[in-house]
Design a binder for this molecule. Structure first.
Ligand code: GLP
Length: 263
């Protein structure tokens, strides 16, 4: 795992977008794992700008989102399918047939989850998985005590997650679906590279536990410590609980891999 600290939320989001853009330029058929949430809105904003101003090409890219609420139709403005269309897919030259999210209206959720895993496998696996962190320490919707080898399945959301996501439901926690389908921790750990973005003071404590604490299913983001290639990008605010910041800064300033991103 490596941690990169950027001065503010926009610089952190820009760095994440630039890492994605570099991978996409190197491999136009990239299989990209995508995340939702407020944190990712700036990342998608930067990718849309790079498409418009720098010709970043999504035409061959395939995408798989981490999760979707159960019971919401794809055209429901609160669904993650709608979020992705609005923030990214409608604004770049991606082929919509190459974009995948679990179907929140599937009659047979177990079959839908197995189908999602099959689709990922048939595409050759996820090359780069983008991730945020929920306040409960979740990745995707892998709430506390999710098995660290779990696969795509339906999960009950914690009251904390429901409260955290209520703003997207008009501030009404009662309207937030109680369940979601999510890639498992095991599914996420199989991706070729993980790229995590967390910003703001409200994420500082959970980032510190996920990055520097013990690996535990109580904080599923901590399982990313097991991934051979995981980059965590934070802003100064989200870094305030970390102990190893001097070392993390030194790595970013000195490792050749990061030279092009220091400018
Ligand atoms: C939701 C998503 C997560 C995301 C989290 C963080 O719960 N399922 O994938 O990481 O929100 O959201 P935000 O960026 O709004 O803090």
């Amino acid at each position: 795992m490596e941690v990169i600290i950027r001065p503010n939320e926009d610089a952190a989001s820009l760095l994440v977008a630039r890492i994605i853009a570099r991978e996409l330029r190197a491999r136009p058929q990239l299989v990209l794992g995508l995340a939702t949430g407020r944190t990712m809105e700036r990342v998608y904003g930067h990718l849309v700008r790079m498409h418009r101003d720098e010709g970043l090409d999504f035409s061959l890219c395939r995408t798989f989102n981490l999760d979707e609420y159960i019971g919401l139709a794809p055209d429901d403005p609160r669904s993650y399918r709608h979020y992705m269309n609005h923030h990214l897919f409608d604004r770049v030259n991606i082929d919509r047939r190459n974009t995948h999210l679990p179907n929140g209206l599937a009659a047979d959720l177990g079959a839908e989850c197995r189908h999602y895993e099959d689709l990922i496998r048939d595409c050759g696996g996820i090359d780069l998985q983008l991730l945020g962190i929920g306040r409960s320490g979740h990745i995707g919707f892998n709430e506390p005590l999710s098995a660290l080898r779990s696969r795509t399945r339906d999960k009950a959301l914690t009251p904390e997650t429901i409260a955290q996501n209520a703003p997207m439901f008009g501030g009404d926690a009662a309207s937030v679906p109680r369940r979601a389908m999510t890639m498992g921790v095991g599914t996420i750990l199989e991706s070729g590279r993980c790229l995590v973005l967390a910003t703001g003071l409200e994420k500082a404590a959970i980032v510190a536990q996920a990055v520097e604490g013990p690996i535990t299913s109580s904080i599923t983001a901590s399982a990313l410590q097991l991934h051979p290639r995981c980059t965590v990008v934070v802003d100064e605010a989200a870094a305030t609980g970390l102990k190893g910041t001097d070392y993390y800064r030194w790595i970013f300033e000195n490792e050749p891999e990061w030279a092009e991103f220091r400018r």
